[in-house]
Design a protein around this ligand. Structure first.
Ligand code: ADP
Ligand code: ADP
Length: 228
């Protein structure tokens, strides 16, 4: 069965149809890039998966579980991690505490275990030395890596990325690409909203192309980028 199954799913803001009867599946470990013009519904789409934006009709099934108003947000936040464009790190907490807070509070992980896990993920994303610094002491690329490590500390099945490279230099972007490859190898399913064509081409297994709240096509990147 697919990791994510979306069936006739719609989302309204008042009268405005932001997502219009979407249908698609995502397989476990797939990397999906969502492309499309500004305002086409890309952010809204990925935010329906963790109910930051609850959908209004149709269905979303993640790992066999129906996602709706009865879904425990705690459970959902463990299953679906999110990395925001502006990182959303807690400025008054160290990198380590940023990573260990939610696992302790939400998953009842013991402090020592949460710290060990955080150190492992900080190593995986390439910043093992920054654990005791504060976000403001880090570069944009390093903050982005902390945001990824923090999300991974919840051990999610699905990772959502909203414009993860927008504020990064080319070297940092390469870093994010290799992190995403590693996540896919570990079976984590990735959905990523971006405007960066080169980045999309590099990471996507499939491109979901949106316009005006609809999916116009779902294609492998080689096809998408060479189509007439
Ligand atoms: P994209 O990510 O493709 O730029 P969004 O998903 O952010 O698009 O937005 C899709 C459409 O929904 C846009 O027209 C936007 O103005 C509208 N929209 C987004 N969020 C809200 C909101 N909270 N209230 C009303 N309209 C919204
Ligand atoms: P993005 O495309 O990255 O989501 P936006 O600038 O479109 O960035 O949206 C930033 C925030 O403003 C989002 O939280 C979105 O929900 C909200 N928003 C976007 N469009 C509208 C709108 N027309 N009315 C109210 N809120 C909106």
């Amino acid at each position: 069965p697919p990791m994510i199954a979306v069936h006739n799913m719609s989302k309204l803001y008042g009268e405005f149809v932001a997502l219009d009867r979407l249908n698609f599946d995502v397989q476990r470990g797939e990397k999906i890039v969502v492309l499309g013009p500004s305002g086409s519904g890309k952010s809204t789409l990925i935010r329906t998966f963790n109910r930051i934006e609850p959908h209004d009709s149709g269905s979303i099934i993640i790992d066999g579980k129906i996602i709706n108003e009865k879904t425990s947000l705690t459970e959902l936040r463990c299953m679906v991690g999110m990395v925001f464009q502006n990182y959303n790190l807690f400025p008054h907490l160290s990198v380590l505490d940023n990573c260990t807070l939610a696992p302790q509070l939400v998953r009842n992980v013991a402090r020592k275990d949460a710290q060990e896990m955080a150190h492992n993920f900080l190593k995986q994303v390439g910043i093992p030395e920054q654990a005791h610094k504060y976000p403001i002491q880090l570069s944009g690329g390093q903050q982005q890596r902390v945001a990824i490590a923090r999300a991974l500390c919840m051990q999610p099945e699905v990772m959502l990325f909203d414009e993860p490279t927008a504020a990064l230099d080319p070297e940092a972007i390469t870093g994010v690409v290799s992190i995403m490859d590693t996540l896919a190898e570990q079976g984590i399913t990735t959905l990523c909203v971006t405007h960066e064509m080169a980045f999309s081409r590099r990471i996507a297994d499939k491109i979901v192309f949106m316009d005006q709240g609809r999916i116009l096509e779902i294609t492998p990147p080689e096809q998408f980028f060479t189509a007439p």
